[in-house]
Design a protein around this ligand. Structure first.
Ligand code: CA
Length: 216
């Protein structure tokens, strides 16, 4: 899914671009309102309010006048007035700085659910079916009981079967945004998932790197 990120703060834009890419979003980053308004069509737009050339609210207003692309405002202004104004001029939601990538993705998914009422089918990966919306996993038609973290871990790895994710990437995506501590809990969860999924999926250890999910 193509996402336009309008943000002049480089560290924020870089970490957001990296984080969203990891979840499969294709991010185009621009720094100014003028660039945003000439960037073309996207499935979603994330707009910072404090841009160097114009007010982010005006960018929202202009985008909204052109069509119904979902817009999420990224705001450093924490006062309620701006939030209300942002939503009144047609933004679909907002996040307030500082925020974590997971929070932004949760908002994006919530907005997409609202604007796209038709729900995607659960993903079928061989004998395993993952229903992200209902957060349920079925194996050969029977439900596999997973804890929330087990589900998050499986859902994360299943976003790109076959790809190797580092321990840090997994910890950041599934547990917390910036994880520098021990990752033993990850091994424990991997072990449980292996047991619960049996030979329907294999969670391969890539020594010294991380894990990948291989689905037949
Ligand atoms: Ca800014």
């Amino acid at each position: 899914m193509r996402v336009l990120l309008v943000e002049d703060d480089e560290p924020i834009a870089e970490s957001l671009t990296r984080g969203l890419s990891r979840y499969g979003f294709e991010v185009q980053w621009v720094r100014t309102g003028a660039e945003a308004l000439t960037a073309g069509d996207f499935a979603m737009v994330l707009v910072d309010l404090g841009l160097p050339d114009m007010d982010g609210l005006d960018v929202c207003r202009e985008l909204r006048a052109r069509g119904d692309v979902p817009i999420i405002v990224i705001s450093a202004r924490s006062d309620e007035v701006d939030r209300v104004v942002g939503l009144e001029i047609g933004a679909d939601d907002y996040v307030t700085k500082p925020f974590g990538v997971r929070e932004v993705i949760a908002r994006m998914r919530a907005v997409l659910r609202r604007v796209q009422p038709a729900q995607p089918e659960p993903e079928a990966h061989g004998r395993v079916r993952i229903d992200r919306r209902a957060r349920r996993v079925h194996l050969d038609g029977g439900e596999v009981e997973l804890t929330p973290k087990e589900f998050d871990l499986l859902a994360f790895l299943a976003e790109e079967p076959g790809a190797v994710f580092t321990r840090e990437q997994i910890m950041e995506a599934v547990w917390d945004e910036n994880w520098f501590g021990p990752t033993k809990t990850l091994d424990v969860h991997v072990g449980v998932l292996r047991r619960k999924l049996g030979d329907a999926a294999s969670l391969e250890t890539v020594r010294g790197v991380g894990f990948r999910l291989v689905l037949p």
